[in-house]
Design a protein. Structure first.
Length: 412
């Protein structure tokens, strides 16, 4: 994934140098250590690079000092591999003695390290959706300020049926946990609103030629894609080249703001739902955008916003803990108690499972002033991971998977 990599590496080198400089002795205690699990070399590296930029931008803006305590950032590259993610978290915890884990990116990576997090009681602020880890099999050491994989897609299913007027949709996504959970969430709500999913298509992670899948898109009035990393750019480009003109909607990564400079005009009109949008008018978002420009000359998106806000959440928790992170259970309790009003995504809090409750933005890619941008169409406020269902009812149903909800024949 070549996007932004050269400029990122040069910026990262500068940041690494800054981090190596001894910080003022504001606190005499040893530094608080944050371990970042990010995909920097695999198929999802576009998102992993943004994750590294986001947390680094926040820490650099604070002179690597949060709540009066010095911060060390240690990074492990997961490479889009569950096995590598497990090796890297072990290194971060047992060799580097980190106090917090931030990441990983992919749901399948989070599922892979979940048992280790529980066993070693590691306070973890994950970006990955991994629905069930804040639902039927909750991890007591997990906090997620982004969203579950299905959270934004619940909203997209509602919007696609009610506002876009779609009736028959084909979904297409990567053949892994994040894709299953995304499209399961879309399908359940879309069909509850009167729509029908005609077919679900799955392509292997890292697919570069989508032609075999595009050839199967027919007998529908819309498409829902949930690709992540840099894949949405290639998919949308080939979608247009194939001559398809059906409306396209997607989830939090499908129209990521960081990809806007890389999309062509073929992406105009694509609608996505996301917990973060570059157009959010709050001052905290303006500051975030300016920092990403200053340090990395980068347009920020969902991934960077997530880890930037992880820094905000850690800082708030450290204040309430007075820097004492010796008790993991108490540390997680402090993390989950954080409520923030002014963040790049707007106000949010955590539910009793540690998952974010906040706004989901439905936006459309448009060309404004000669550049592509996401224009917000509607804001769904205070959306939980269970919306629009009662928690108890939702938890009784099966977890979203490759085969659930099943595809059934649409009514004529």
């Amino acid at each position: 994934m070549p996007f932004n990599r050269r400029q990122f590496l040069s910026g990262a080198a500068a940041v690494a140098g800054a981090a190596a400089v001894p910080m003022p002795a504001i606190a005499a205690s040893k530094p608080i250590r944050i371990g970042l699990l990010a995909d920097l070399s695999g198929p999802l590296a576009e998102g992993g690079i943004q994750m590294k930029q986001g947390i680094t931008a926040y820490l650099k803006s604070k002179n690597f000092t949060l709540a009066g305590y010095r911060i060390d950032l240690v990074i492990g590259d997961t490479g889009s591999s569950p096995a590598q993610a497990k090796n890297k978290i072990q290194e971060l915890v047992e060799r580097d003695h980190v106090d917090f884990i931030v990441g990983p990116l992919a749901a399948f990576e989070m599922f892979a390290v979940n048992a280790y997090v529980v066993q070693h009681k590691v306070p973890t602020l994950c970006l990955a959706g991994a629905d069930n880890l804040t639902q039927r099999a909750p991890n007591p050491y997990l906090v997620r300020d982004s969203a579950t994989s299905s959270q934004a897609m619940h909203v997209m299913g509602d919007y696609a049926a009610k506002k876009l007027g779609l009736k028959r949709v084909i979904t297409i996504d990567s053949d892994f946990a994040f894709g299953y959970e995304q499209e399961g969430g879309f399908q359940q709500v879309f069909q509850a609103r009167g729509g029908c999913v005609v077919k679900k298509l799955w392509s292997p992670l890292g697919t570069v030629d989508f032609t075999p899948y595009l050839a199967q898109i027919r007998d529908c009035d819309g498409v829902c894609q949930g690709y992540a990393g840099a894949a949405p750019v290639q998919f949308m480009k080939q979608y247009a080249q194939f001559g398809l003109k059906l409306p396209v909607c997607g989830g939090e990564t499908a129209g990521d703001d960081a990809l806007l400079p890389h999309f062509g005009d073929y992406a105009i009109g694509m609608i996505s739902a996301c917990p973060y949008t570059i157009g959010y008018p709050g001052e905290a978002n303006k500051t975030f955008i300016a920092l990403m420009k200053k340090y990395f000359d980068s347009v920020p998106g969902f991934y960077a916003a997530g880890t930037y806000m992880d820094g905000m959440v850690i800082e708030a928790a450290l204040k309430s803990l007075h820097g004492d992170v010796s008790d993991p259970a108490r540390t997680v309790q402090a993390l989950r108690a954080v409520r923030l009003e002014h963040t790049p995504r707007g106000p949010f809090s955590f539910d009793h499972f540690g998952n974010a409750v906040g706004n989901i933005y439905v936006r459309r890619i448009e060309k404004v002033g000669g550049k592509l941008t996401n224009v917000t169409l509607e804001t769904y406020k205070n959306i939980s991971q269970f919306w629009p269902y009662p928690e108890a009812t939702y938890l009784k149903q099966p977890a979203y998977s490759r085969s659930w909800p099943p595809v059934t024949a649409c009514k004529a």
